[in-house]
Design a protein around this ligand. Structure first.
Ligand SMILES: C[S@@+](CC[C@H](N)C(=O)[O-])C[C@H]1O[C@@H](n2cnc3c(N)ncnc32)[C@H](O)[C@@H]1O
Length: 251
């Protein structure tokens, strides 16, 4: 179970066990695609020593380490699963900040999407403070609600499980919308074995780029992508699309 409470406020959480969460949301196929983008950026900026924020299961860092990068995984709670447990790890809250070291590159996948605008403005310089001059910070953002399929079947530990979208709601907020949903994961006997009953804000491009400006970081590059809800992964796009990998630098 993963609960995150920051300043008394509960933010995005999941109560799906990590071994099932990994199968449903963090397929190696999805991670390989994102790691392909990160690898391209870090190679172009000669960044080999990396820190990951909000690593979750930890698969991105694991694949990058297999590609020869030196990666420190961090998250506010340690819920790494499987092979990623072999990598070095430090507890780190991007909203509180602090210095972990001087890295050549940093990245955060699926992290800023769970934060509100003030959180994003706070988190960006905190993360960037761990990056050396001329080093880069990369994160992804999806400007639409994830638009998940009603039902996803996965095999895990020799059994079939279904993730069922039970309820969704979208409400307008300043700069975007607030998306709430409830997913229940059921086993072959129909028993509920995991629940994700949570929500997060989804901001417009304009609001997010303003937040980057407020955070005082330099926008280096935007790599556009399209979110494929059926495959639960990004597809790279040639022009502006619903999602982006954003590359920033300390000014
Ligand atoms: C949606 S998950 C994404 C996990 C993983 N990066 C991925 O792409 O599958 C969001 C992650 O952000 C972490 N997180 C939430 N708030 C955080 C904070 N203030 N500081 C660091 N990590 C945080 C959560 O623990 C969780 O692992």
């Amino acid at each position: 179970m993963l609960h995150i409470t920051i300043g008394g406020l509960k933010i995005w959480e999941t109560r799906i066990p990590p071994w099932l969460y990994a199968r449903i949301y963090v397929s190696w196929r999805r991670v390989r695609r994102e790691v392909g983008v990160l690898r391209g950026v870090f190679e172009r900026f000669n960044a080999r020593r990396l820190v990951e924020f909000g690593c979750g299961i930890g698969r991105h860092g694991y694949l990058l380490s297999r590609l020869g990068f030196d990666v420190l995984l961090t998250d506010v709670v340690d819920w790494r699963f499987g092979v990623a447990r072999r990598l070095p790890f430090a507890s780190y809250d991007v909203l509180k900040g602090g210095r972990l070291g001087e890295f050549e590159g940093a990245y955060a996948m699926g992290l800023l999407i769970v934060m509100d605008l003030d959180g994003i403005v706070r988190a960006l310089p905190n993360m960037a403070s761990n990056v050396k001059r001329d080093g880069v910070l990369v994160f992804d953002y999806n400007f639409t609600t994830y638009n998940e399929p009603r039902e996803v079947s996965v095999r895990a530990r020799g059994r079939t499980y279904k993730a069922l979208m039970r309820w969704e709601d979208v409400k307008p907020i300043e700069g975007g919308v607030y998306y709430r949903y409830r997913v229940e994961v059921v086993d072959e006997g129909g028993r509920v074995v995991g629940v994700e009953d949570t929500g997060y804000p989804v901001y417009t491009k304009e609001s997010l780029f303003k937040a980057i400006e407020r955070a005082g970081l330099e926008l280096v590059e935007v790599i556009w992508a399209r979110w494929n809800p059926e495959r639960y992964m990004y597809e790279l796009a040639r022009r502006e699309a619903d999602s982006a990998f954003i590359v920033l630098r300390n000014p």
